[in-house]
Design a protein around this ligand. Structure first.
Ligand code: FNR
Length: 381
């Protein structure tokens, strides 16, 4: 039974998914210290209880990049979301739109931009990686613009992929073919067809569309693995600006100096993120990195934060630590894997309820009222 946003969908997803798919979403880099700290450090941020303030009227509404949001939450870009439900990106995007919040389509989605954008009645956000193939990047930006995407989330913390040992053990990556066998034998054949794993080539997301030929998952992963670009620098962002005139958000900032550089560059926003503990194990949790970054740039740039957010209390904590809004990663994919679009909608309903309780008991009537003073010792306890 699903009662808590934070734990029940993860447990349900673990029961339902083949192990390699559960570990792909659940795992992090190396020994997963940062992954664990993201969750634990956030849970330890002490909220300050306040009472007797007539909390009968609450508003969770907020504005980001001139867009109205029902609550300060968006769905993060998660690669291969379409493996967790049929046409999974469409289902997740519809859930986000139904709940009045943005959905971000990953570069490495199963469903292409042209399928997801028209399936929802609000503008989609698009996430772009820096890849050696600049032709792909340019093509993706043009397609995102043509499909009406508003905000570009430019992810800069993957100049090289982090080592994800769980994926190698599970058969998700590496020479072990467990994943392919499982997909062929167990999953719905149509699903295997969708992701090109039944031995027949098939269209797979934004990259197949660009490469101009149907590709299966293995081609896709191979192309990607050879395309991460360690030469990325601020010059590449200048280049992106030529092709994108909408809001641009830099995702993967964990240091106050980098945040100041993002302001100097003229970015519209940053995502304070360690990629959910999937890149460099050992870096700070976002709960610990965020206050210094907020001290450096709050008010100069929109601050989004992610990594470790599992429930509505965590959303309130991140906002109190200095975020204007948050992104949900694993939390929504566990729900999608459990119950598709309805699961993600229910997760968002639970998160909203949890936020309402947290706001009522910390005395915050609006999102703007959630500040460091909503925390014991300003969050430094
Ligand atoms: C991600 N993330 C990610 N980020 C991105 O910019 N592009 C991507 O394609 C992906 N893909 C991806 C796959 C999987 C399986 C996960 C779990 C994460 C990172 C994501 O956007 C976000 O930063 C983290 O998920 C946040 O951490 P939590 O909320 O999952 O702890």
């Amino acid at each position: 039974m699903i009662i808590s946003a934070g734990t029940d969908y993860r447990a349900a997803a673990k029961r339902m998914l083949p192990p390699f798919l559960f570990h792909y979403i659940d795992g992090g880099a190396y020994a997963e210290h940062t992954l664990r700290r993201n969750v634990e450090d956030l849970a330890q941020i002490a909220l300050k209880q306040r009472v007797l303030n007539d909390m009968s009227e609450l508003s969770l509404q907020t504005k980001l990049f001139n867009e109205s949001l029902a609550m300060p939450v968006a769905l993060a870009p998660v690669g291969l979301t379409g493996m967790y439900a049929r046409r999974g990106e469409v289902q997740a995007a519809r859930a986000a739109a139904a709940k009045g919040i943005p959905f971000t389509l990953s570069t490495v989605s199963v469903c292409p931009i042209e399928e997801v954008a028209p399936a929802i009645n609000r503008p989609m956000w698009f996430q772009l990686y820096v890849l050696k193939d600049r032709g792909f990047m340019r093509n993706a930006l043009e397609r995102a613009k043509a499909a009406g995407c508003t905000t570009l989330v430019f992810t800069v913390d993957m100049p090289t992929p982090g080592a994800r040992y769980r994926d190698a053990h599970s058969g998700m990556s590496g020479p072990n073919a467990a994943m392919r066998r499982y997909m062929q034998a167990v999953l719905h054949p149509q699903w295997a067809w969708d992701v090109g794993l039944n031995g027949r080539p098939h269209d797979l997301g934004n990259i197949s569309t660009y490469l101009g030929k149907p590709t299966g998952l293995e081609d896709y992963i191979g192309w990607l693995a050879n395309n991460f670009d360690p030469s990325i620098s601020w010059k590449d962002l200048e280049w992106i600006r030529e092709f994108w005139d909408g809001p641009m958000v830099i995702k993967g900032i964990l240091d106050a100096d980098d945040a100041r550089d993002a302001v100097r560059f003229g970015a519209d926003g940053i995502v304070v993120s360690n990629h959910g503990g999937r890149q460099l194990d050992g870096v700070l949790s976002t709960a610990r990195a965020l206050p210094q970054i907020a001290d450096a740039v709050k008010g100069d740039i929109t601050i989004l934060a992610d990594s470790g957010i599992r429930n509505g209390l965590d959303v309130v904590r991140m906002i109190a630590l200095g975020a204007d809004s948050v992104l949900l990663g694993r939390a929504f994919v566990y729900a999608l894997a459990t119950a598709g679009q309805a699961g993600v909608e229910n997760l968002l309903t639970l998160i909203e309820k949890e936020m309402r309780v947290a706001m009522t008991l910390t005395g915050a009537k609006t999102i703007a009222d959630i500040t460091r003073s909503s925390l014991v010792n300003n969050g430094l306890a």
